[in-house]
Design a protein around this ligand. Structure first.
Ligand SMILES: Cc1cc2nc3c(=O)[nH]c(=O)nc-3n(C[C@H](O)[C@H](O)[C@H](O)COP(=O)(O)OP(=O)(O)OC[C@H]3O[C@@H](n4cnc5c(N)ncnc54)[C@H](O)[C@@H]3O)c2cc1C
Ligand code: SF4
Length: 538
């Protein structure tokens, strides 16, 4: 076909995982093409769409087109075919730049023990690399994303250099937490974040609009369009609204091409020398499994039968309360501090670790406040000045915590394909089986107890814990890396054990979830894979 695509390196997905690697590969002078199922987004349209949306969920700024369908937080079962016993609640979007459009921006590193929990604590599995292997790439990823942080604070992850920018200031609320917890085991620390604390990389500093999820109106918060633009400036081509539907195998066990379908219904074939799938934790296994063919009867890269397995998240314990005195939430980035010193210790032999995120967003996540507060008070019969004073008093004291808990890898937690239901591209919808281990549930319980202690030290009242376990938006596992091809999908360079010219990028390759929000580790691993990918182009 005249309009088929050819490049040395074909990258599927323009999220941070694909874009950051693609930009570096293009800058090396290699020919790079991206296939991206989603549209390009105009930032002002996205802001407008969000403000006008009747239901404000993380995805409400972004299109959910028939040919680039993604899960929606408030209708999660429309897309995921959930087989239980628990609901998988985390989502993503399909647009040029991917899910960093609506991420929060927390950019913590893993701690060294996270890479060897089996050796140290007899739990889960060890990674095929350790912290020291990744440290230079963490440092480089912080520069690429533009992380604001306090380099002198020990967050349990040794650093060989400084963050590119100083920290985003702690909020007034953070400082109240820090003061109340000063003599306790809970250490309140400023969170490193992918948002500018000063004019940096041609983008402005954060001005506290507080709409980081779902969209930063001024791009103070990093999103992967930064690296999409860098890749294009270096000569890469982005084919948007173009969905990869099947990877094709050659005689020699290498991938030779990708079938794609455009939003207008036309189809084509993209050929290249090296193929990189960076479509995120659900869509990467979906594509690999949908590529079953002669020579790869269980799907591409799946001789181990591990593709789609070990799906994880950071199941979150969400709690909220009313502080004894005003702490003035609902301002600034949605979280600027956290408690990071509970992420490692001998207790990991018995229960999962967790980190506690301190919210600046009052009760909006659990209850839809402040609107719901107004409704509640009005229903109590308050009107006029009395109502006004009560709204001010209540909302000024809203506090919330969310603990992100480590989830055990479990082969039964998996993504498979629906035999009947297909999307507009003809691809089967993802089926999800999902549950939490006793180890993870014990971590959730420990987190709830920690929240109670923290609230008590603050003298807070009306403490509530969400009855449901929340998703964190962190889609981890499904194509894990390892040193044993029998039980893993890619090696330490993220190269498929089955197909030497196929690489998989993203949090799907994490063997364990650890407790750090995943994106900095995704970026570091992508940077680490650049040289192996480049040297595979013959
Ligand atoms: C509400 C929310 C808040 C979050 N906050 C944080 C945070 O504070 N810190 C943190 O570390 N992480 C956070 N995350 C997670 C973070 O957003 C993701 O880890 C990260 O964006 C994943 O990047 P990726 O490139 O792997 O995937 P994506 O960004 O999802 O990119 C995958 C790309 O592949 C495309 N694609 C998929 N299938 C196909 C196909 N068949 N053909 C062509 N293209 C395809 C998609 O359209 C998409 O553009 C958050 C997530 C959510 C939902
Ligand atoms: S607080 Fe506002 S300016 Fe800062 S990152 Fe969030 S949305 Fe952007």
């Amino acid at each position: 076909m005249a309009d088929d695509i050819t490049a040395d390196i074909l990258i599927i997905g323009t999220g941070v995982a694909g874009a950051i690697a693609g930009s570096k590969l293009a800058e090396k002078g290699l020919s790079v093409a991206f296939l991206e199922t989603g549209k390009r987004i105009d930032r002002f349209d996205a802001v407008d769409k969000f403000w006008n949306a009747a239901i404000k969920v993380p995805e409400s700024a972004y299109p959910n087109d028939d040919t680039a369908p993604h899960p929606l937080s408030h209708k999660i079962e429309d897309y995921y075919q959930q087989k239980g016993p628990e609901l998988f609640r985390s989502t993503y979007v399909k647009v040029v730049g991917g899910t960093t459009w609506h991420w929060l921006g927390t950019t913590l590193r893993n701690v060294p023990s996270d890479f060897k929990t089996q050796s140290l604590y007899g739990q889960a599995v060890d990674w095929p690399i350790d912290y020291d292997d990744l440290e230079p790439f963490y440092l480089a990823a912080e520069q690429e994303i533009g992380v604001a942080g306090n380099s002198s604070i020990d967050l349990g992850s040794p650093r060989s250099g400084d963050y590119p920018m100083g920290e985003i200031p702690m909020s007034y609320l953070d400082k109240k937490f820090a003061a109340a917890l000063e003599e306790s085991k809970f250490e309140v620390r400023a969170t490193p974040q992918g948002r500018n604390s000063t004019f940096h990389a041609d983008r402005p500093e954060c001005c506290g609009n507080a709409s980081c999820i779902p969209v930063c109106p001024i791009q103070a918060k990093y999103d992967a369009t930064v690296h999409v633009a860098q890749a294009e400036a270096a000569g890469a081509t982005v084919y948007d609204q173009t969905t990869a539907t099947k990877l094709n195998l050659g005689q020699d066990g290498k991938i030779i091409s990708v079938d794609f379908r455009r939003a207008d219904g036309s189809t084509g074939i993209a050929s290249g020398k090296v193929f990189v799938v960076a479509a995120h934790g659900i869509e990467t296994p979906r594509l690999l499994l949908n590529s079953a063919q002669e020579g790869a009867e269980n799907g591409i890269a799946n001789s181990s039968d591990q593709v789609g397995r070990n799906l994880m998240d950071h199941p979150s314990r969400l709690s909220w309360a009313e502080a004894a005195e005003p702490v003035w939430p609902y301002r600034g980035p949605l979280s600027t501090s956290g408690i990071e010193n509970l992420r490692d210790g001998d207790f990991r032999k018995n229960h999962a670790a967790f980190r506690i995120e301190i919210g600046n967003d009052g009760h909006s996540w659990p209850t839809g406040a402040p609107q719901s507060t107004v409704e509640d008070l009005a229903k109590q019969g308050l009107r006029g000045d009395e109502l006004d004073a009560a709204i001010k008093d209540k909302t000024s004291r809203h506090i919330r915590l969310a603990s992100l808990v480590e989830q055990s890898p479990d082969a039964k937690n998996r993504v498979t394909l629906d035999p009947e239901k297909r999307d507009a591209n003809g691809m089967p919808l993802p089926v999800i089986n999902y549950d939490y281990s006793d180890y993870t549930r014990a971590g959730l319980k420990a987190a709830e107890e920690a929240h109670d202690e923290v609230f008590e030290m603050l003298g807070a009242k009306n403490v509530q814990h969400s009855p449901d376990i929340q998703g964190a938006g962190h889609i981890i596992g499904t194509v894990r890396m390892g040193s044993n091809p029998q039980v893993s999908v890619v090696d330490a360079d993220l190269r498929s054990f089955d197909h030497s010219n196929l690489f998989l990028l993203g949090s799907g390759v994490f063997p364990t979830s650890a407790t750090a929000n995943p994106t900095l580790t995704i970026a570091a691993l992508s940077l680490r894979a650049v040289d192996p990918i480049a040297s595979s182009v013959e």
